[in-house]
Design a binder for this molecule. Structure first.
Ligand code: SAH
Length: 235
């Protein structure tokens, strides 16, 4: 009896250790083969991708696919973006540790967590109440204390907390919401997929310099649609 208990204990302890090591090893492979191999060299982005436990942000039954080279369903018709896209957008924001960042489209909270590994304060808005609450609880459990989640239509941004050094929109909009442009600091950067829903959109980088807006189209992407509430302010 005693022997069996020892063996079971050993299996539990080491099984767990292997589980942990395994996820870390999977992250290393993800960063090497999906991100570095495609030309991303920004060290703070690579470190953030190595550190953030992506498997914690996907549904239990998809944990095994968490580090695959693609997006994954997170419920309510929404997806967590492909790791490469998360890394690409993160590095294109050209973040510095003191930056204040706004994200529209919290989803699972993964992109917000990656940002929080680099900057001091992250504000993120989600329109689907259930997803926003789940992300809030998950981020709290994982002790991401510098991320603030709001349940609302992100079209209006988060005026009280702005202006922001960087804004990242992770749902495809048909045009750039004017309130977000207003809440971007001078010298600030915004990344937003723009185009028709359900088609290929362009990932646009917006820069504000001396009050002027400059845009660059970076690449073709496919994001879930940016949706609107009929009556604004659902929080
Ligand atoms: N960044 C997320 C993935 C986002 S999927 C992650 O890392 O997991 C896009 C998310 O944008 C969805 O959860 C969707 O509900 C949300 N969304 C769409 N339109 C929105 C809006 N107007 N305001 C806030 N969130 C919105």
């Amino acid at each position: 009896m005693h022997k069996i208990a020892i063996i079971v204990g050993f299996l539990l302890v080491f099984g767990n250790c292997f589980g942990q090591t395994n996820y870390q090893a999977q992250r290393k492979v993800m960063v090497d083969l999906q991100i570095k191999a495609r030309g991303i060299t920004d060290q703070s982005t690579l470190n953030a991708m190595l550190k953030t436990p992506r498997h914690e942000f996907v549904p239990e039954e998809r944990k095994i696919q968490a580090y695959n080279d693609g997006p994954l369903a997170i419920g309510y018709g929404q997806t967590i973006s492909q790791p490469y896209i998360v890394a690409f957008m993160t590095k294109e924001l050209r973040l510095k540790p003191g930056d204040r960042v706004l994200e529209i489209g919290t989803g699972s909270g993964y992109q917000a967590a990656v940002l929080a590994e680099i900057v001091d304060s992250v504000y993120t808005i989600e329109i689907i109440r259930e997803l926003g609450i789940a992300a809030q609880n998950r981020l709290k459990r994982l002790r991401y204390n510098t991320i603030n989640v709001k349940l609302a239509d992100g079209y209006f941004g988060w005026e009280e907390k702005g202006p922001f050094d960087a804004i990242i929109v992770t749902a495809a909009a048909e045009y750039i919401p004017p309130p977000l442009l207003e809440q971007l600091k001078d010298g600030g950067r915004m990344l937003i997929p723009v185009g028709q829903p359900f088609l290929v959109q362009r990932l646009i980088r917006v820069q504000k310099k001396n009050g002027k807006i400059k845009t660059n189209s970076l690449m073709g992407v496919r994001f879930v649609p940016f949706t609107r509430t009929k009556s604004p302010g659902i929080d």
